[in-house]
Design a protein around this ligand. Structure first.
Ligand code: ZN
Length: 598
C-alpha cells in the first residue's frame, strides 16, 4: 500500500469531545531511538504557541508490544531503541476556532498540520503519506485540501477521503485540511483550479458572486507576476488552490499557505443571494482574500532568509516583516482596484483610512517598522493596553512605506519604474524556483540594493528614515506629485484620545492614547465608565452622542469611573485638533490609464 516509510492516519473520532485520533506508522525508525516533535509555532503567525500541549495519551508499539517513549523537552519525544517498524498512537484535542490551530465538532473538522503531524526526525526530507478517514456516521462529509493525492488511481474516494502524499515535512504542515458539509464552489483562473469552501455560512450565501469576484482577483495577480505564461504559482506544489473559510459571528483573519489559505469571515460580511451591494464588510473580505492570495508569491515563495528553512522550535527573527506583510497589505486593496472590484474613489477612501489609523497611533514615533518586525513575537503578537503608545504595525505602516516607495520610484524614474518592478525582481530572484530546489531567501539588508537594481532608483535615505527610523512617510508631498491631495479634517465624532470597549459590566477604557485629552485628564485603561455629566452611562443614547453635544457647546465632559472599586471623577476636554482624519482626493487626472499609483 504505502511506498513511504512514514505514514499518518487522521480520524476525527470524538466530535463532541473535539478529538482527532492520529496513527503514525514508521517503517524504518532510527535504530538508536526515534525522535519525534511537534512545531512550537505555525509559519505566518509569529508567536510560540506550544501546539504539543494539546497532545493526549501518546503511546508507541511495535511487533513485540508496547515500546517505551519519553519526553525530551516540551515538544519532543524519544522512542526507545528497538527492532523493526513502530506505530505511534496519539490523540489531539482540537477546540481552537482560529486559522492557526485545529477545530473539531459535529459540523466539521479543520486542522493545520502543525497541530497534528509529529515530525519524524531524520526523515523530514522524505515523502510521507496521510490517510484521512471520515468520522463514523458522517458519510456526507467531504474533504477540502491542497495536499496532493497519493499515487495510484484508487487513492481517493469521490468525497476526498483516502490517501494523500507530501514530498517532505515542510510541505506536509503547509496544506491545512477542512472536512465537513460546508458549501463549496470551484473555478479556474488562467487554467488553474481553485476551490472555495465555506463552513457554517448562511444557507443563501451568494457563492457564485463570491467565486466570480475572487476569480478576477486571482487572475489579476497571476497575470501580474507572470504576464507571459500566466502560470499559477502553486502548480509547483499542488493541482489546486483551496480557500477554506470558517464563518463566525464576527471573525476576521487569514493564514497563508503554499497552495491554500484558511480564513475567518463574519457572517454579515458575506453577500447572500439577491443582495446587490454588500458594502464595506464584503469589500474587506475580498481584501483579505487578495492579501492571502498575494502571500502565495510573497512570503510562501519569496521569503526572508531568516525563514529558509523555518526553525519550528523557536522564534525566527527578521527585520523584514514590513516587506512581507507591509507590501502585501499595500497590494491587497490595490489588486481590488486593478481587478475592477472597487473604484478609484473607494480605493482612496481605504488608503485614507490606513493613513488615519497609523497617524492616530502614538507608538509610531517610538518604534520603527524594522524593529516592529524583529520584535513581532514578543510585542505585535502580545499586545496589551499600552501597545498603541509603544508599537507600530508593520502591516499598516509597512503598507504606507510601500506606497511611499512606489511613489518615490515613480517620481524619480519619471514614471518608467514602480514598486511592481521590485516585486518582479523579488519573484524572479527568490520566489519562482523556491519549491524547485532554489531555496534562498531575501537577506536582511538587501532591500536597498534590490530596489536599485530593479528600478535604478536609490532609496537608501528613504529606507533609513522611514523603515529604520520612525519618521512619518511624507505622503502629502508624494501623493501631491501624482495629482492626489492629502488633507486632514476634524473627525466626524470628536475624540478624547481613549479607545473604549463594551463589556458585560459596561463601557470600559481599553487604551489611553499618550498625549491625548483622556491622558491629560487622568483616565486610565481598565476604568469602568459609569456616568457622563452626572447621568448614568447606560441611560445615555451613546457615548459618541455625548461627545458630539459637548463639542458643539465647547464644553468639557465630567466622566465618573470606577477604578477597581473606587469611584473617581475626571474632567476631560473634548479635543478638536488631535486625531484628525485623512482625506485623499484626486485633483488631476491620472498620469497613466487607471493608475492610482500603480
Ligand atoms: Zn499577511
Amino acid at each position: 500500500m504505502n511506498n513511504t516509510s512514514v505514514s499518518y492516519r487522521v480520524e476525527p473520532h470524538d466530535l463532541a469531545g473535539h478529538r482527532l485520533r492520529i496513527t503514525l506508522h514508521i517503517d524504518r525508525p532510527a535504530a538508536e531511538g526515534q525522535t519525534l516533535s511537534l512545531p512550537a509555532w505555525i509559519p505566518g503567525s509569529y508567536l510560540i504557541r506550544d501546539f504539543s500541549r494539546q497532545i493526549e495519551s501518546l503511546t508507541v508499539r511495535d511487533a513485540a508490544g508496547a515500546r517505551p517513549v519519553r519526553k525530551l523537552d516540551n515538544h519532543t519525544w524519544q522512542v526507545a531503541p528497538g527492532d523493526g517498524p513502530v506505530t505511534v498512537d496519539y490523540v489531539v484535542y482540537a477546540w481552537d476556532l482560529s486559522v492557526r490551530g485545529a477545530h473539531v465538532d459535529q459540523h466539521h473538522a479543520f486542522f493545520n498540520g502543525t497541530s497534528v503531524f509529529l515530525q519524524v526526525h531524520g526523515q523530514s526530507h522524505q515523502p510521507c503519506t496521510v490517510e484521512l478517514v471520515a468520522p463514523a456516521g458522517h458519510a456526507d462529509w467531504k474533504v477540502y485540501t491542497s495536499l496532493p493525492a497519493a499515487p495510484g488511481r484508487a487513492a481517493l474516494k469521490a468525497n476526498g477521503f483516502g490517501r494523500y502524499q507530501a514530498p517532505d515535512y515542510d510541505a506536509l504542515i503547509d496544506h491545512p485540511v477542512e472536512m465537513g458539509t460546508g458549501q463549496s464552489v470551484s473555478f479556474h483562473a488562467h487554467g488553474a483550479r481553485h476551490v472555495m469552501v465555506f463552513t457554517d455560512a448562511p444557507a443563501d450565501l451568494d457563492i457564485d458572486r463570491i467565486a466570480a469576484d475572487v476569480k478576477s482577483i486571482c487572475e489579476t495577480q497571476i497575470a501580474f507576476f507572470d504576464p507571459h505564461a500566466r502560470r499559477a504559482p502553486f502548480l509547483d506544489s499542488a493541482d489546486r488552490y483551496v480557500f477554506m473559510t470558517q464563518v463566525t459571528p464576527a471573525g476576521y483573519g487569514g493564514l497563508e499557505h503554499r497552495a491554500s489559505t484558511a480564513l475567518m469571515a463574519a457572517r454579515g460580511d458575506l453577500p447572500v443571494r439577491g443582495q446587490k451591494d454588500a458594502g464595506d464588510g464584503y469589500r474587506s473580505f475580498l481584501g483579505l482574500v487578495s492579501h492571502e492570495y498575494f502571500h502565495t508569491w510573497h512570503v510562501k515563495r519569496i521569503k526572508p532568509a531568516a525563514f529558509v528553512p523555518y526553525d519550528l522550535t523557536r522564534p525566527n527573527l527578521t527585520r523584514l516583516l514590513w516587506v512581507f506583510e507591509g507590501f502585501t497589505s499595500y497590494y491587497d486593496d490595490l489588486f481590488l482596484l486593478r481587478a475592477g472590484l472597487i473604484s478609484e474613489t473607494e480605493y482612496l477612501r481605504l488608503l485614507a483610512r490606513t493613513v488615519s489609523q497609523v497617524h492616530g497611533t502614538p507608538g509610531r514615533l517610538k518604534q520603527s517598522v524594522a524593529e516592529s518586525s524583529f520584535d513581532a513575537w514578543t510585542r505585535y503578537y502580545k499586545q496589551d493596553e499600552n501597545s498603541p503608545n509603544a508599537l507600530v504595525s508593520y502591516y499598516t505602516k509597512g503598507s504606507l512605506v510601500a506606497l511611499g516607495m512606489d511613489l518615490m520610484i515613480r517620481s524619480e524614474s519619471a514614471g518608467r519604474a514602480s514598486l511592481d518592478d521590485v516585486m518582479h525582481v523579488l519573484w524572479t530572484r527568490y520566489g519562482k524556483a523556491f519549491y524547485m530546489g532554489q531555496q534562498t531567501g531575501v537577506p536582511e539588508d538587501a532591500m536597498a540594493d534590490i530596489v536599485q537594481q530593479a528600478t535604478g532608483v536609490d532609496l537608501r535615505a528613504f529606507l533609513t528614515q522611514y523603515v529604520d527610523g520612525c519618521a512619518d512617510v511624507p505622503l502629502g508631498d508624494l501623493l501631491g506629485a501624482q495629482g492626489i491631495s492629502l488633507q486632514w479634517r476634524a473627525p466626524t465624532v470628536p475624540v478624547i484620545g481613549a479607545r473604549l470597549r463594551k463589556t458585560a459590566d459596561g463601557l470600559v477604557v481599553a487604551s489611553i492614547l499618550e498625549g491625548g485629552a483622556a491622558h491629560e485628564a487622568g483616565l486610565s485603561a481598565d476604568d469602568l465608565i459609569v456616568a457622563i455629566d452626572g447621568i448614568r452611562v447606560d441611560a445615555q443614547p451613546a457615548f459618541d452622542a455625548a461627545l458630539i453635544r459637548a463639542a458643539a457647546s465647547r464644553r468639557s465632559l465630567h466622566i465618573h469611573v470606577f477604578r477597581q472599586s473606587m469611584l473617581q471623577d475626571y474632567v476631560v476636554r473634548v479635543d478638536h485638533t488631535m486625531h484628525t482624519e485623512c482625506v485623499l482626493t484626486r485633483t488631476e487626472s491620472a498620469p497613466g490609464p487607471g493608475n492610482v499609483p500603480g
